[in-house]
Write a protein that binds this ligand. Structure first.
Ligand SMILES: Cc1cc2nc3c(=O)[nH]c(=O)nc-3n(C[C@H](O)[C@H](O)[C@H](O)COP(=O)(O)O)c2cc1C
Length: 310
């Protein structure tokens, strides 16, 4: 019976989702411009990356379709944390779905400033750190180096008691090393993964399609890569892993849950089929019923060390 199914997920620190299906940062704005999506099927909304002050992002062209995915170089367009805290969060506080703010910056101080501002803001259920941002101090992305990733995580942890996810970049040799470093630095969970670096060239104009030349590849093309990253992380970490990357169907989401993800995020599919959130949530429920399983915690193929989400 559907009512007996438990689709809830505990991501720790009081962040409880009624469904394992979240929407991924950058593909759902701040939750306001998606009237087509049935919010009752959603576990949580993750917002666009938010910085201390407003940003316009990159010039067009910022998005390009590829054979099996999307390249984007939006460049962190966002209204800045003040507007988010003053105007958006009070509305979120009325919603029955938690909103997790994705946080971005050019320096550790940026992450600290955004986290401080959000920590005391009603309506913000948690934060997700996008560490795939270049650190102006050395031009390297925070998430490429376990020490830098740990430093930004610990610095934010020190100023907030909100649930803290750290979103890992896959553009590394050893994603588990970065995952372990952020776990040790106080992350409550990791989101895996952000986009892969890629590009497309316009053969007629003889120049890169994207104004930023390179961009982040998302969608079905990256699913097997993302799944492997989640598989490795779930085996190595004791905190929940949120699986992201090319999830288009309930079967895709189930692969991530079987690999040990506690929950999943949908990104590119929101542009293709806004109703995917409902379909995927219901497809997961149907699978549990069909296999006579009562809760998501029974899904992982291998034992998962996480206690929080079982
Ligand atoms: C247009 C676009 C904008 C994105 N913006 C952000 C962002 O601001 N912060 C972030 O952490 N990830 C961002 N992402 C990455 C997604 O949240 C997600 O990790 C990635 O797209 C892989 O999932 P998918 O294959 O389901 O799209 C963005 C992705 C897209 C397609």
């Amino acid at each position: 019976m559907a009512e007996l199914l438990d689709l809830s997920v505990d991501l720790g620190r009081g962040l409880r989702l009624r469904s394992p299906v979240m929407v991924a940062s950058g593909t759902f704005g701040y939750g306001f411009d998606a009237p087509l999506v049935d919010r009752t099927a959603l576990g949580a909304i993750v917002t666009k990356g938010t910085t201390p002050t407003a940003r316009d992002g990159n010039a067009p062209t910022r998005i390009a379709e590829t054979a099996s995915g999307l390249l984007n170089a939006i460049g962190l367009q966002n209204p800045g944390v003040d507007q988010v805290a003053r105007l958006y969060a009070p509305v979120w506080a009325q919603w029955d779905v938690p909103v997790i703010v994705n946080v971005a910056g050019d320096a550790v101080e940026d992450y600290i400033a955004v986290a401080r501002r959000l920590d005391s803001t009603a309506g913000v259920a948690g934060m997700e750190l996008n560490i795939s941002c270049p650190n102006v101090a050395n031009g390297l992305q925070f998430g490429l180096d376990p020490r830098m990733a740990a430093h930004v995580t610990a610095s934010v942890r020190a100023v907030t008691r909100l649930p803290l996810l750290v979103k890992l970049t896959p553009n590394v040799t050893d994603i588990v090393a970065v995952g372990r470093a952020v776990e040790d630095a106080g992350a409550d969970g990791v989101s895996a993964i952000n986009t892969y670096v890629g590009m497309a060239i316009d053969v007629h104009r003889r120049r890169p399609v994207l104004s930023g030349e390179s961009g982040g590849l998302s969608g079905p093309a990256i699913k097997p890569l993302a799944l492997h990253a989640v598989w490795q992380l779930a085996a190595a970490l004791s905190i929940p892993v949120v699986g992201i990357g090319g999830i288009m169907t309930a079967a895709d989401a189930l692969e991530f849950l079987l690999a040990g993800a506690a929950a999943v995020q949908l990104g590119t599919v929101n542009y293709v089929r806004p109703q995917a959130v409902r379909e995927i949530r219901d497809g997961i429920a149907a699978y549990l019923e069909e296999h006579d399983l009562r809760a998501l915690g029974a899904l992982p193929i291998r034992p998962v060390r996480v206690e929080a989400h079982v």
